[in-house]
Design a protein around this ligand. Structure first.
Ligand SMILES: *Cc1c(COP(=O)(O)O)cnc(C)c1O
Length: 443
């Protein structure tokens, strides 16, 4: 975009100016709808989620064998839901606000295998592909015991196939580790911001890591190109994959079950607010879809992005979706938040989910570091910076009286509310790296 085009856009969409100035800001979409109205636009439904859930159940016996850390949950990859009352108090003090309701953390940061939310979608997509190949080649029927994947015969079979993906780090970790374990040849095209330790870990697992000096968009494009010329190579498309999206969506019903087990109500009188860090959108979009299908109109999903990479806010707010990138309006897309350094949002997720997402906000990297230290101090939990993006959410919602009034929440409903911060990564960060993060917080 040239200057004139940018000025025209700002005249119509004034918030763009704030984004360009890198001011933290929020936008609560006045055009959101009920689930009943918004669902047809998603193009996926409850049956799709059920199939994904069943596929994960079929693979559970294999996962329990291949990754012994999942044996205690019988091969089901799921994270804990924990209350963080000390952190809630610390947030109230830091931002000088009283947050009504309870504060919980969903610890995808500590999911087995890859220590991030990508252990949902990434692993699910690899398993889906492996199952398809095995069935097509007469090695498997859906009624078999999937432990048989844990064998030299299957590994040998998969070794003739290749998988490729572009990643800023965590998706590469999930897809790389899972694919290599099954026996695939796997290449991960890593953007410049990917951490050394993540590349090293992948190489240790026998993954071919290809490094780029550019950002995520370029790594994806190059990966896609390399795969196109190779008929035995399957390219996992983070930007548009409904399979990835469905892998994430299974989180909805499981989270509902966890709330039930904890005796926490979610209904009209007990609203649930969920804060999800957003990169390209597949992870938070898929989880939000699952949550909507599980809790209906009683769940309110809000996306969080770095001020340097507000791609989803920009795409949905302007209605341009993947037709606009943050770089085109002069934002550099440079952030320390792994997984969130994405300049162009998924067009699929934005178009599918925009009616079902209540709002979006941005925050600075320094805020993420500060919140990282605060969580470490108050709850002794260590996450990577991006996973803290959602932590400001309860404050932003509490302070947004316009949104709360439009939604007609009563005082009592807000008192009964649950705020759930989706912690998306950090469980595998090496100690020295974590110490570096902790040193950057100014608390
Ligand atoms: C990938 C990632 C996200 C966001 O997921 P998208 O699908 O890219 O939107 C958030 N946090 C962490 C730690 C991630 O790795």
């Amino acid at each position: 975009m040239n200057q004139i085009e940018i000025q025209t856009l700002i005249a119509d969409k004034p918030l763009v100016k704030k984004l360009i100035q890198l001011q933290p800001c929020s936008w609560f979409n006045p055009d959101t709808t009920t689930l009943a109205i918004g669902l047809p636009y998603v193009g996926l439904d409850q049956i799709d989620i059920k199939k994904a859930s069943e596929r994960l159940n079929r693979f559970a016996p294999y996962l329990a064998l291949a990754f012994p850390e999942t044996a205690t949950t019988k091969g089901i990859i799921e994270s804990q839901l924990v209350e963080i009352t000390n952190m809630k108090q610390a947030l109230e003090a830091r931002y000088n606000v009283a947050i009504a309701g309870q504060l919980y953390l969903k610890k995808d940061s500590h999911l087995p295998i890859s220590g991030s939310i990508k252990a949902r979608g990434g692993i699910y997509e690899v398993l889906t592909y492996a199952e398809k190949l095995a069935i097509e080649n007469g090695l498997l029927s859906e009624h078999d015991d999937y432990s048989k994947f844990y064998s030299d015969k299957f590994k040998q079979f998969f070794s003739q196939y290749r998988i490729a993906v572009g990643s800023t780090g965590n998706l590469g970790l999930s897809i790389g580790i899972m694919s290599a374990k099954l026996g695939f040849q796997v290449s991960v095209h890593m953007s410049a911001d990917a951490r050394e330790w993540k590349k090293k870990k992948l190489q240790d697992h026998g993954v071919n890591v290809i490094e780029y000096e550019q950002d995520y968009g370029v790594a994806v494009e190059q990966g896609r190109k390399a795969a196109e010329s190779d008929p035995k190579c399957f390219f996992i498309d983070d930007e548009n994959s409904t399979t990835l999206f469905l892998g994430y969506s299974v989180a909805g019903e499981r989270t509902k079950q966890q709330f039930n087990e904890l005796g926490i109500k979610v209904d009209k009188d007990h609203p649930l607010f969920v804060y999800l860090p957003c990169g390209v959108g597949g992870g938070p979009g898929g989880v939000a879809f699952g949550l909507k299908m599980a809790f209906g109109d009683n769940v309110h999903c809000i996306f969080a992005e770095p001020i340097h990479s507000p791609c989803m806010l920009l795409g949905v707010y302007t209605g341009l979706h993947d037709k606009i990138s943050v770089q085109e309006i002069g934002i550099d897309n440079i952030t320390a938040a792994d997984g969130l350094a994405v300049g162009r949002p998924s067009g699929f997720v934005g178009r599918a989910m925009q009616r079902l997402l209540d709002g979006y906000y941005t925050l600075s990297d320094q805020d993420m570091y500060d919140l990282l230290v605060l969580l470490d101090k108050t709850e002794n939990m260590q996450l990577e910076p991006s996973a803290l993006a959602g932590m400001q959410g309860p404050v932003i919602v509490t302070n947004n009286s316009k949104y709360l009034e439009r939604m007609q929440f009563t005082h009592q409903q807000l008192q009964n509310a649950t705020h759930l911060v989706w912690a998306t990564g950090g469980g595998m960060v090496p100690k020295e790296e974590m110490q570096k993060y902790l040193n950057l917080g100014k608390i």
